[in-house]
Write a protein that binds this ligand. Structure first.
Ligand code: BG6
Length: 468
């Protein structure tokens, strides 16, 4: 049996974005407001989510809406073979419950896909990336309402029909497990008085699982070549010590995460979650036929974001680190980014192994990168720190493929062009190979500038990952 000793020849290299973080044009051509359009900029998550202030970073983003040709040309210059973007639900269905889509919104993405097609870049489309219509929150209570399933499936079906032949790879929900950490933008539901918040969350998630499965069904009916993936925020959780209690706590955290992939890949709720529901007196209202739907339409592949790992202990240590909205115990063996996210390239290899060995389906790493402050000196950005981070993570992916036999098919690093941070709304937290002159307060020319990492990534892609 032949195993590759490098990245496979058809490995897909590229970058990732989300509509609400880079398109701007938030109320242009009939677009309605999404849950993120009311958020402001602050490192204090509570403040950001309460919309304190009067500057809304998503409104202009980096203006991809008007500059997509220039940006796609830059992606093509780096040699991208795949580009991840999301479709703003509110461009297509401004309120979310309409029966007819907004033609201007659909036409915009036609232009984007045609432009990508010109360069042979495969689009990877997230159908819902933290940008559900605000109207669905205000008038329906978000995903805890079963009606959202129909609205979402109509939205997804509209996309499958319209972009048939242009888009093959789809992700149903960005980081579906983020409902636990940022429910405001993930499920748009809060518990009303007398409701159990956990029950509300799992109810909303049940609706998302069913919606994802039904969308998968439609995608295959419309075009059997469509490939559908789930998407989760993945951070392996290590036991902080070899104490059996710490190991058990870490295992439980791992299972909390695998609940999502179990449902979407295996097609059923795992026993440990059903036991948890019974213990906590959590009751999920499922309609007749839901179980069959979940079982009949699992996803084709798993995609995930990877930025850092976490650690868990049975007893509180009081020392924490952040990491993509997830707070965990501080791992003394790891360095951290300026935002307190632990840097752990080997953790990516561990994650790839765990996921592949558990599910045996193709994997995509669809977010990874270092959020850092960049300095422009004489028109140049020497971001060797970013190159070092990415190099080590790409090496980890190579080892997972070559030494561990993992079927990894694509890599899209996060924020390939600087964009608005989801967690804080900052522009100063930059991930890109391309610098965008836009600052935290909304000042700046929006001009694009190639960083040192731009040229480095171009060589990585040209050598198919052999020159790092
Ligand atoms: C992921 C999201 O959680 O992490 C992205 O899918 C987000 O939308 C990315 O931007 C990085 O997080 P942040 O807070 O640094 O933007």
């Amino acid at each position: 049996m032949n195993r590759p000793n490098v990245f496979p020849e058809d490995f897909l290299w590229g970058g990732a974005t989300a509509a609400n973080q880079f398109e701007g044009a938030w109320d242009v051509d009939g677009k309605g407001p999404s849950v993120i359009d009311g958020l402001t900029c602050s490192r204090d998550m509570k403040e950001r989510f309460s919309g304190t202030g009067d500057y809304y970073p998503s409104h202009v983003g980096i203006d991809f809406y008007h500059r997509y040709k220039e940006d796609i040309a830059l992606f093509a210059e780096m040699g991208f073979s795949i580009f991840r973007l999301s479709i703003a639900w509110t461009r297509i269905f401004p309120n979310g419950d309409e029966t007819e889509p907004n033609e201007a919104g659909l036409a915009f993405y036609d232009k984007v896909f045609d432009e990508l097609g010109k360069y042979g870049i495969e689009p990877l489309v997230t159908i819902s990336h933290f940008e559900m219509p605000q109207y669905l929150v205000d008038h329906y209570g978000g995903w805890k309402n079963r009606q959202l399933v129909d609205f979402y499936v109509r939205f997804a079906t509209t996309l499958f029909e319209r972009y048939k032949g242009k888009v093959k790879y789809w992700l149903t929900f960005n980081e579906i497990n983020m409902a636990t950490f940022i429910p405001q933008i993930s499920i748009g539901s809060v518990a009303d008085e007398g409701e159990n918040p956990e029950e509300v969350m799992y109810q909303a998630l049940h609706h998302q699982f069913v919606a994802s499965a039904l969308a998968t069904k439609e995608a295959k009916l419309i075009d059997p070549t469509n490939q559908i993936g789930c998407m989760i925020a993945y951070a392996p959780v290590y036991p902080l010590s070899p104490k059996p209690e710490d190991i058990f706590t870490a295992m439980q955290k791992e299972e909390e995460k695998h609940f999502f992939t179990d449902v979407q890949v295996k097609g059923y709720y795992p026993d440990n979650k059903l036991a948890y529901f019974a213990e906590k007196d959590i009751h999920i209202e499922a309609e007749q036929g839901d179980e069959e739907i979940l079982a009949a339409y699992p996803v084709d592949f798993i995609s995930f974001s990877y930025y850092s790992s976490g650690a868990a202990s049975f007893e509180e240590t009081g020392k924490k680190n952040n990491g993509n909205a997830m707070i965990s115990e501080k791992n003394p063996y790891l360095k951290e980014s300026e935002w307190g996210w632990a840097i752990d390239p080997l953790g990516l290899r561990t994650s790839l192994n765990t996921l592949y060995n558990r599910y045996q389906v193709p994997l995509m790493v669809v977010e990874n990168g270092l959020g850092a402050v960049d300095e422009v000196v004489d028109g140049k950005i020497h971001d060797d720190y970013r190159i070092a981070y990415l190099r080590e993570h790409i090496e980890a992916m190579r080892d997972a493929i070559v030494k561990d036999g993992v079927d990894l098919i694509a890599y899209t690093s996060w924020g390939c062009i600087d964009l608005v941070s989801a967690g804080t709304g900052e522009m100063a937290k930059r991930y890109g190979f391309i610098y965008v002159d836009r600052q935290n307060d909304g000042s700046g020319s929006l001009n694009r500038l190639k960083k040192d990492s731009f040229y480095w990534y171009k060589d990585v892609i040209a050598s198919n990952g052999t020159e790092l």
